[in-house]
Structures are given as C-alpha cells and as structure tokens.
Design a protein around this ligand. Structure first.
Ligand code: ADP
Ligand code: XUL
Length: 516
C-alpha cells in the first residue's frame, strides 16, 4: 500500500493530502491554519498585519512550526510509515534569506528539538516578504531601466517587473540592508525552503515557481544573467539551481523518520508554486482546461501550448510543472475582500450566501470595484473599494446588494483581465476555499457565461503535489492519476442562469470606472 504525501504551504494554512495510489483513495486530509493554531506569531491571516510602505511579511519559523503540527495531525490520521514519495508546493514569490550556517544546520536536524528552534539561527532576515507585498515600485522601475525597459523584462521573464516578484524584493533588501544581504548565502522560495528542510539539504526550485521571480528566462528556463545583474550583486551564487518539475531532488531526512515515523530516505520531488501545483491537481496540465482558484488570492490560469504574454503587463507566464508554459492572472482582492464585506455586516458565510441568493444577477445595476487593498490586476493603489448605484448603496446601507456587488465585481474583473489569454473555455474548473460556496460558483457561471465544474477532491494544490510525486517516484502515468483523482464532483455542473445581456452594461461601466 504505497502512500504518497502532497504538501501545500499556502498563505493562510499549511495543508496535506495523503493518497493511496493502489486503492485510488484519499487516506488523509489535514490543514493547520496559521492564525488559529499559531496565534503567538500574531499573523491572523498568515502574514504580519500593518507592514510599512506596502510591506507584507510572514515569519518563516511559523511555517516550520505549522509543518510539525501538520505531521503530528497526520500521524493520527494514517500510517506515515507507508509513505513512499513526497512533493509539495508553496505560496508563490515569497522568499527566505539564509546565512552561512544554513547548509550545515539543515543537514544536522535533531529529532529531540523543533525545526524552528534549530533553524532560527540560519535566518539572515528575520521575516519573509510574501506575494501580497507591494513595496518595491522603485526597484521594479530600476530593474526595468537597467535591462532596457519592461518589454525586455517581459520578453525574458514572462512578466514585466512586478512588485511582489522575488527579484524586486531581493533588490529592495539589498538596498535597505546591504550588510544582511551580504551575509545571505542562500535565497529560497517558500516552496524550495520547505523542500530543503524535508530533504535535510539545500534543494533546487522548479520552473513553475522560479518563473515568479523576474529572474528566470522563460525561453531557456534558466537564470537570466542580465536580470540577475540588474537585481543585486552576486545574486547568482545565492540562488538554488532550477530544475524541471518532474525532478527528484533529495531524500527525506532522518529527522522526519525519527520524529514522525516516516521512512527515512524516501525520494522527494522538487516543490513548485501553489498555482502550478493546482494546475496539476485540477487535471489541467495539458492545454485545454481553464482553472479559476478562489483562495486567499483569486487566480485564473491554464496550461498553454506556447508562450503568450499580457500586453497590459499584469499577467504572467510560469513553467507548467509537467512541461511547457502556463499563463496566470492573479488578484489580491480575493477571499480577504469577500471576508471584509462579510465582516462589515457581522455576517457568517451562511448569511453571506443568503445575500447572494436573495439578489438578482446584475444587481439592478449596482456595482463595486472591490479593491480593498492595492490590486495587482489591474495595478491600482486603492485602499478602499468604489461603489456606484445610488446613495444608500454607496453608503453601505444595503448589505445584500453590497455582497453581490463585491463578488460580481470580482468576477467581472477576472474576466476582463484574463481576456489576453484568448481562451474560450466551455467549462471553467473552480477550486480554492471559496469554490465550495454554490452561490459564488453560480455567480461565476453567470458572469463568465460558462459552465462551472468542481472536482470531487478538494485541495487541488496538495493533490497536485501528491500526483507529481507519484508520477516521478512511483512511475505512475499522469493520465491515469488524473482519471483516478481528478474526477468531477457528482451532479455539480453549474450552468449560467443569467442571460448574456445581464452583464453587458455592468461590464462596460466597470471598465470605464477602472480607467477613471
Ligand atoms: P489559501 O490556500 O490561499 O491559504 P484557501 O484556498 O484555503 O486559501 O481558501 C481560504 C479562504 O476560503 C478563506 O480565507 C475564506 O475566505 C474562504 N472560504 C471558506 N469557506 C467559504 C465559504 N463557505 N464561502 C466563501 N468563502 C469561503
Ligand atoms: C500568484 C500569486 C498568489 C500566490 C498565493 O502569482 O501571487 O496566487 O501564489 O496563492
């Protein structure tokens, strides 16, 4: 009974799925929410609130404590001694800065102590900037200027210079704390950091997550010398190697065998970003399927036959962990914006859902540009949304209409910003924490005028990781893994109920208001 472990180190939680590939079953599904289980880190939504000047950081030691809590939880749910292969994924773009002690310390982990205690001394920077950070506008401009403009950055890296991407973040660190930058010997992504800890050795990163750095050349899938030089001195030596997503990069360290009863030495497949991993877990790693993920961020992505870049400069090309490129558009005002509106009226999800169900598609013309924090797609520095549709609505006196307007605004924006991919899917596959909400899924169907389908197994990021590990270590074919684990949820296809005209004028007004 070979079991396979897939890990998902996302923004608000660290989750895992254990799959039994012979029985075609999920044998364990667990999640550690950072805010709830590790309140001592003061990060209720997984990041340290109120950072200055657009900074959004998280404590990497919190991720390590969460990993240990997760493995403890899993011990009670399945027999970890049967795990034969592991892979995982992390929230994209976030970076961990490690000093000269790192390589030794990570190889000498003592099962009598905690990971966080033993690795704290390896941090050259106490906290990690994550994908929500918008503090690097100046650094983006400097990098673009140094290589000949954003067209060049985009042609090389698949994206223009983007504030949350790791290269601009590294440049800001180098400029604001050059001493600590000089003491940094290794910079990992969240994904490759966790992978290294499991391996007990410094691990490479993959082309899926590596492409979210403005440092990787998407034509060669290797570091781009001009981008490295434009970012910070001596950077090449501080970065791990890049490998394709199907590569085994190490073996499970004794620490995890002694402490959690997992078999020492089982192969670990390179980790990837949460979105590339979800592409695999949704059974969408071949071009043809479009996925919308409603997690902390909302994302719209698809495997692509070739590289296509966004003329508006907001979209991205990442590596598909199973080969070739994928396109992605990311929206920062996702679940946290929905939660903000919900919280404003003191509602729970049930009342939020009732509000969606009690209001008509098109919201009688009441519209929200739902940008509660600086948006990535389109790039806007707003810190509050814009409401249009009469005085009472604009003064937040109509809770149900405000809730509908928020979610409709989100999907209208998703649709407009992803048009550059020129995909006209017959079905959109929906995943992420908010996708289980039927009223939200119905609204997606109405706005996109497309059928919506969810999969029977939720947790597509961790599932994708487990599938990649099963593929590279156990030699199982991806198509047969998809046939087993990526089946649609029974009777769950959601068809558009609103007419095609319903959103035509809202669409046009939304576009006009965004430009204004
Ligand atoms: P991430 O992987 O980015 O940490 P998830 O995909 O786990 O995030 O999604 C978590 C989010 O799902 C929560 O922040 C919450 O807003 C949202 N969520 C959970 N349940 C519901 C629900 N019933 N309706 C709408 N949104 C929900
Ligand atoms: C993608 C992005 C987010 C994070 C967190 O570019 O920034 O989706 O990966 O989920």
């Amino acid at each position: 009974m070979p079991l396979v472990l897939g890990l998902d180190a996302s923004t608000q939680s660290f989750s895992a799925l254990v799959i039994d590939t012979e029985r075609g079953a999920i044998v364990a599904d667990a999640s550690v929410n950072f805010g709830q289980r590790l309140p001592e880190y003061n990060a209720p939504s997984g990041y340290i609130p109120d950072g200055p000047a657009g900074e959004v950081h998280a404590n990497p030691l919190m991720w390590l404590d969460a990993l240990e809590l997760l493995l403890e939880d899993l011990c009670g749910l399945c027999d970890l001694s049967q795990i034969a292969a592991i892979s995982g994924a992390g929230q994209q773009h976030g970076s961990v800065y490690l000093n000269g002690k790192w390589v030794d310390r990570v190889s000498m982990l003592d099962a009598n102590g905690k990971l966080s205690e033993q690795l704290a001394q390896c941090l050259a920077r106490k906290t990690s900037p994550i994908w929500m950070d918008t503090s690097t506008g100046a650094e983006c401009a400097e990098i673009a200027a140094a290589v000949g403009g954003n067209e060049v950055v985009c042609a090389k890296s698949g994206s223009v210079a983007i504030e949350r991407f790791t290269g601009p973040q590294i440049r800001r660190f180098y400029k604001t704390d050059p001493g600590a930058y000089a003491r940094t010997e290794r910079i990992h992504l969240v994904s490759s950091f966790i992978c290294s800890v499991l391996c007990g050795a410094d691990a490479p990163l993959d082309t899926g997550d590596g492409a979210g750095m403005n440092l990787l050349n998407v034509a060669t899938w290797n570091w781009d010398v001009a981008l490295l030089e434009a970012t910070a001195p001596g950077l090449k030596d501080k970065l791990p190697p890049v490998v394709p997503g199907a590569t085994e990069v190490g073996y499970l360290s004794d620490f995890f065998a002694e402490k959690y009863g997992m078999p020492a030495g089982i192969p670990i497949t390179v980790f990837t970003g949460d979105n590339p991993s979800s592409l695999v877990g949704m059974g969408a790693s071949q071009p043809g399927k479009v996925v919308v993920s409603l997690g902390t961020s909302d994302t719209f992505f698809a495997a692509m036959p070739g590289i296509v870049t966004d003329p508006a400069g907001c979209g991205h090309v990442f590596g598909n962990p199973l080969g070739g490129p994928m396109s992605l558009q990311c929206f920062i005002n996702g679940s946290l914006a929905r939660e903000e509106v919900k919280g404003r009226f003191g509602y729970d999800w049930a009342r939020f859902t009732e509000a969606l169900e009690s209001t008509p598609a098109g919201n009688e013309g009441k519209l929200m540009l739902p940008f509660f924090r600086p948006e990535i797609s389109p790039r806007l520095d707003w810190i509050q949304p814009v409401l249009a549709g009469g005085e009472a609505f604009e003064n937040w006196q109509e809770p149900a209409a405000a809730i509908r307007a928020c979610v409709e605004g989100q999907f209208i924006n998703l649709k407009q910003r992803s048009a550059w991919m020129q995909l006209a899917p017959e079905v959109i596959f929906l995943t992420g924490g908010a996708s289980k909400n039927d009223a939200i899924a119905q609204l997606a169907a109405d706005v996109f005028q497309t059928k919506i389908q969810r999969l029977a197994v939720s947790g597509s990021v961790a599932l994708g990781a487990a599938m990649r590990a099963a593929n590279s270590t156990l030699g199982l074919d991806i198509t047969s893994l998809e046939n087993t684990f990526c089946q649609p949820e029974a009777d769950s296809e959601i068809r558009p109920l609103a007419s095609t005209e319903t959103y035509a004028s809202l669409d046009a007004r939304f576009a006009e208001l965004v430009t204004r």
